[in-house]
Design a protein around this ligand. Structure first.
Ligand code: SF4
Length: 187
């Protein structure tokens, strides 16, 4: 099997996939591209915690983009083009992942979004398959969901920050932990 680029949305979600893939001896690097993580404080916090997860497994983390795209999400102009904001969110990220995969000699890509029972697997797979064809690489669909709880426990064990909302500003506003989360930005 050739080299894989594993898109990682955050440290906790990366734990189980990294555990599984490294135990299988897969040749892989991790990749951060998540402008949907908002606001900037949270973007930086999740990026730093992903680095800790990668250090734990001694896997290289490559990163694209250092800023969140909160203004773009708030403008909602994407709704002219996409059926929903989550569809747009997957599309923007998998476009960058597949492009980077192709331009840097990887054979395939996958994503730690597939560990979460809260994400839309069918939509992620459909979009990723299209991007793979567009850039002449493979999308490796792996259902990591059976390891979701185990991954969260592993994240707790190594002291990773575990967020309480998906990522964008809308999901933050909808979170039942909204006030607590805003408070954590000030600490
Ligand atoms: S809820 Fe999650 S997947 Fe949907 S747009 Fe927000 S960050 Fe992206």
């Amino acid at each position: 099997m050739g080299r894989m680029l594993l898109h990682c949305c955050c440290g906790p979600c990366a734990m189980y996939p990294l555990d599984l893939l490294t135990s299988e001896g897969r040749d892989l690097d991790c990749f951060w591209y998540n402008p949907n993580i908002q606001p900037q404080f949270e973007f930086d916090r999740r990026h730093e915690n992903l680095q800790k997860a990668c250090d734990h497994y001694k896997i290289m983390l490559l990163s694209e983009g250092t800023e969140c795209m909160q203004e773009y999400w708030l403008a909602k102009s994407y709704l002219d083009e996409y059926a929903s904001r989550c569809e747009m969110c997957y599309d923007i990220r998998m476009e960058e992942v597949a492009k980077f995969c192709s331009e840097n000699g990887y054979e395939s890509f996958s994503t730690t979004l597939l560990v979460s029972p809260y994400q839309q697997h069918d939509k992620i797979a459909e979009i990723s398959d299209k991007k793979a064809v567009k850039y002449g690489v493979k999308f490796d669909y792996i259902d990591f969901r059976p390891g979701f709880r185990q991954g969260q426990d592993m994240a707790r064990e190594i002291g990773l920050y575990r967020q309480k909302y998906c990522g964008c500003i809308f999901s933050l506003e909808e979170s039942k932990f909204r006030d607590k989360i805003y408070k954590s930005f000030e600490e």
